[in-house]
Structures are given as structure tokens and as C-alpha cells.
Design a protein around this ligand. Structure first.
Ligand SMILES: Cc1cc2nc3c(=O)[nH]c(=O)nc-3n(C[C@H](O)[C@H](O)[C@H](O)COP(=O)(O)OP(=O)(O)OC[C@H]3O[C@@H](n4cnc5c(N)ncnc54)[C@H](O)[C@@H]3O)c2cc1C
Length: 461
């Protein structure tokens, strides 16, 4: 005789407690809905435990190591001796743990039913976990993504690893090969170089961070060359051999590279296999759940958010989509997300940050494009920080700013203003009169718009 299953009824049953899932849960609960949030790992998901937060903590340790190396430039007697990875990991894990506890408290305080366990969609409105059934008027799929590898490239977590392993390394390798020059690859390359490793990036496309405006990629490449980070562009991985003391990689052009470890950072794929999605008739494409502009799947009452759907794989996109779904379910009719207006940052040294369209995209979409490059050399704070880089504006001729692309230390912080400019469709004339505090990096944003408006201050033109 089949075992009787308990059934609990909710307004929303959310499968996956990462950025997308928990944001949806928090907003829906705030709007008075009865919510179950199901998570097989840790609340907070990839971003908190294996992604954004640990990598940014490692990058910050790296920044301090670099500051120690460069201390004499600023008249400070200090010396870089070595990395203490036990202490680095304790610092990083402390940050994660504090945020994790805070999030657990938040979920509890909103009376969300948090269910620990592996869930599976067993009907159009029900998820089964640990032999119990959770039925929702709405089901939100938020199972996220995993680090992909290439055929034949087996991840052993020791010599050949993904970011999951790299965020918890207990030593600094002498040398590293980073396969993939996208955001994650470039961030780890930056971390390891700062920690003292010899780093080589292998990228099949013709640029690092190839989704960025080409000018940003070129500036990052220049900066990496200066830092002594090696890279091979436009050439693909062929094979690898793991030996007792390292790993050797052969490329399709015949070149070989050897290092202590190989980080595979070739992208992330959706977590959707064997979860019952296809069986319930949900439209999928290469494992991604397909949704409309309100994150609705083709099955009424089933929604999907975050890395599971083919939108930008960013934590704040997951937050936005989770909130969108909660508000749509609650009848608030939120506006669909304009994905062009999502801010993007590669938190390497230097940082690469952007919002809106690249020059190539703006032209493809038929805009009459004008460009303005403001070199950070003219910015007082950039000189104080000793950082190089620029702010590039892509604008419609006599129209709104279509894209803002930045390279330099701390430019990620400038996105707050950049995204307002883009999303409020401001023109250079709107921004030019706004007074920016001196001396800040944000002044460069003001100066760039002044120059585009035809009245440059600290720039030739
Ligand atoms: C190294 C790295 C660095 C990153 N840095 C940044 C950054 O700086 N900024 C940024 O915006 N983004 C960054 N990201 C991306 C960001 O982490 C993701 O976009 C974000 O976590 C996606 O959220 P999600 O909710 O869709 O998925 P996830 O965070 O992956 O959450 C999905 C959750 O679902 C759970 N789950 C899966 N299947 C089941 C099941 N069957 N039952 C129960 N639970 C299940 C998983 O355990 C997981 O916790 C980074 C990613 C990585 C890997």
C-alpha cells in the first residue's frame, strides 16, 4: 500500500532558496501571502555561499595584499610577506555566516515556512520534499545554476576545479590556469595574482569579458598585462593531463601550459534535470525554463526566476525577478524588467562596470550613435588612488544616453548613478548641470556628461 503523504497548502511554493527564490518569498510574505520556501542546501544559495559574497571577500583580501605591496608609493612603511589562507577563509566565512544568519532571521520574521530538503515538482501545483507534499496556488521554480565543464574535462576539485572549490582553497597555488575569461574567470585571475600566484587565462573569444563594450575589454587586458596576468585569447582548449604535481593544458593551436591547478570557468548551466519540470509540460530550452516578460512559464500557475531562466545570471537580476513574480501574483501589475538597464560589474582590479548598450549593440539597433571617452587621468580621486581607466558614454545623437562603460578601481560604485541616467533616459544636457562632489570618482561621471554636452571642464575638447 502506498504511503500516505502529508499535504500542506500555500499561496506560493518556491523551489530554491537562492537570490531569486528568497527574494520572491520575502516580497510575497510582505504582501500577506502564505509562503513555503524549499531549499536543499543553504538559504542564500550560490550568491551567498559560493558566489558573489565569497569572491568579493577574496578580492578584498587581494586588494589589501596589493596595498601592502604598494605601500611605499603612498609613503607608508609596510611590507607584503605572505597570504594566511586560514585567516583569509575565516574572514570570508565570517562575512558569509553573518549574512546567512541575518537572512535566516528575516525569513523567520516574515513567517515563511522554510523547508529543508530536495524538492521535486510532482504535479502542476505540488512539490514533494522528504515524502511530504507542498501545494501552492502558485509554484515558483528557482533552482539556480551549476558550474559547467567541457566534455572530457573532469572536475576533481583538487587539480581541476570550479569556482565552488576555488572559493574555499586553503593555500595559494604557485601557478593557475584559468579556463574562461568571462566575469568569474577574470575575478579569480585577479584574486590569485594579488595573492601571489602566476596566472594564465585561456579564452576562446577574442577578448576578456567579451560581453562588455570592446573598449572596456581592451582596457582590462592592458591593465592585466601590466599586472603580469597572462592571457591567451581567441584560442580554444583542446585537452588536459593531470600529473602528480599539477595539470597541463593543450590548446588547439598546439601551445601547452602547465600549472598547479586549473580553474574551469566556462559558464553556468541551469539546475533543472530530474526535477519534474518536463513531465509537467513546462517549455524548456537546453535545460533553461522559458518564461514570458513576467516570468510566467507556459503552465498556468508555474513561474521561474533567476539563473534557471535565460536572462542575465546575476544575483540582483534574481532579486528583481523574484520581486516581479511576487508582485504580479499579488495583482500589483509591476512593469517587466528592462534587462538593458541592469548594472553589471566585474569586480577585478581594475573593475569593469557597465549599464545599457555597447556601441556595437546601439548601432545594431539602428541608433545614430555618438561616443565620449573620459579618461580617469583627469580625475583627482583617480590620481589619488593611482588608478587608470575611463568612463565611456554611448549616446543617441541629441538624445538619451544609451550606455555607460567604465574601467578603473572602484568604478562599480559609480553604477548607482549610471543606472539612473540610463533608466531615466537622461540626456547629457540633463546630467551636465548636476554638481558632483570634489574630489570623488563620481566627478568623472559629471565631467563625461559635461564633455558630451559640449562644455568640458577638466578635459580637452
Ligand atoms: C563565483 C561566482 C561569483 C558570482 N559573483 C556575482 C556577483 O558578484 N554579483 C552578482 O550579481 N552575481 C554573481 N554571481 C551570480 C549569482 O550568484 C547568481 O546569479 C545567483 O546566485 C542566482 O540566484 P538563483 O536564486 O537563481 O540561484 P542559486 O543562488 O543557485 O539558488 C538556487 C538554490 O536552489 C537550491 N536548489 C536547487 N535544486 C533544488 C531542489 N531540487 N530542491 C531544493 N532546493 C534546490 C540550491 O541549493 C540553491 O540554493 C556569481 C556566481 C558565481 C558562481
Amino acid at each position: 500500500m502506498a504511503e500516505r503523504l502529508t499535504v500542506a497548502q500555500f499561496d506560493l511554493v518556491i523551489l530554491g532558496g537562492g537570490s531569486g527564490g528568497y527574494a520572491c518569498a520575502l516580497r510575497a510574505a510582505q504582501l500577506g501571502k502564505n509562503v513555503a520556501l524549499i531549499e536543499s542546501g543553504k538559504l542564500g544559495g550560490t550568491c551567498l555561499h559560493r558566489g558573489c559574497i565569497p569572491t568579493k571577500a577574496l578580492l578584498h583580501s587581494g586588494e589589501i595584499a596589493d596595498s601592502a605591496r604598494e605601500a611605499s608609493t603612498f609613503g607608508v612603511n609596510a611590507q607584503f610577506l605572505s597570504m594566511d589562507m586560514v585567516a583569509v577563509n575565516a574572514y570570508k566565512d565570517g562575512v558569509i555566516s553573518k549574512l546567512h544568519k541575518g537572512l535566516q532571521g528575516l525569513v523567520k520574521s516574515r513567517n515563511i515556512t522554510f523547508v529543508e530538503g530536495h524538492g521535486r515538482l510532482v504535479s502542476k501545483d505540488t512539490v514533494e520534499v522528504n515524502g511530504e507534499r507542498y501545494t501552492g496556488t502558485n509554484v515558483v521554480l528557482a533552482t539556480g545554476s551549476y558550474a559547467k565543464s567541457l566534455p572530457g574535462l573532469e572536475i576533481d576539485g583538487i587539480r581541476v576545479m570550479t569556482s565552488d572549490h576555488a572559493t574555499n582553497l586553503t593555500y595559494v597555488p604557485k601557478s593557475v590556469i584559468v579556463l574562461g575569461g568571462g566575469v568569474i574567470g577574470c575575478e579569480f585571475a585577479s584574486v590569485w595574482k594579488s595573492f601571489g600566484a602566476e596566472v594564465t587565462i585561456i579564452e576562446g573569444l577574442s577578448h576578456l569579458v567579451a560581453l562588455e563594450d570592446e573598449s572596456s575589454s581592451k582596457q582590462l587586458e592592458r591593465a592585466y598585462r601590466k599586472r603580469g596576468i597572462n592571457f591567451e585569447l581567441g584560442v580554444r582548449f583542446k585537452s588536459h593531463t593531470v600529473t602528480a604535481d599539477g595539470v597541463t593544458v593543450e590548446l588547439e593551436d598546439g601551445k601547452t601550459f602547465s600549472a598547479d591547478v586549473l580553474l574551469v570557468a566556462v559558464g553556468r548551466g541551469p539546475v533543472s534535470a530530474n526535477l519534474g519540470y518536463e513531465e509537467q509540460g513546462i517549455t524548456m530550452d537546453r535545460g533553461y525554463v522559458i518564461v514570458d516578460d513576467k516570468c510566467r512559464t507556459n503552465v498556468p500557475g508555474i513561474w521561474a526566476v533567476g539563473d534557471l531562466i535565460p536572462t542575465l545570471q546575476l544575483a540582483h537580476v534574481g532579486f528583481g525577478e523574484g520581486i516581479l513574480v511576487a508582485e504580479e501574483i499579488c495583482g500589483l501589475s509591476p512593469r517587466p524588467i528592462n534587462y538593458d538597464g541592469v548594472p553589471r560589474v566585474t569586480y577585478s582590479e581594475p573593475e569593469v562596470a557597465s549599464v545599457g548598450l555597447t556601441t556595437a549593440q546601439a548601432k545594431e539597433r539602428g541608433h545614430d550613435v555618438v561616443e565620449l571617452n573620459y579618461d580617469l587621468a583627469g580625475n583627482g580621486k583617480a590620481q589619488i588612488l593611482r588608478t587608470a581607466g575611463s568612463i565611456k558614454l554611448v549616446s543617441q545623437k541629441n538624445g538619451p544616453v544609451l550606455g555607460i562603460h567604465m574601467v578603473g578601481a572602484r568604478v562599480g560604485e559609480l553604477l548607482a548613478e549610471a543606472q539612473l541616467i540610463f533608466n531615466w533616459e537622461a540626456t547629457a544636457d540633463d546630467v551636465a548641470p548636476l554638481i558632483h562632489a570634489h574630489p570623488t570618482l563620481s566627478e568623472a561621471m559629471g565631467e563625461a556628461h559635461m564633455a558630451l554636452a559640449g562644455k568640458p571642464l577638466h578635459a580637452h575638447g
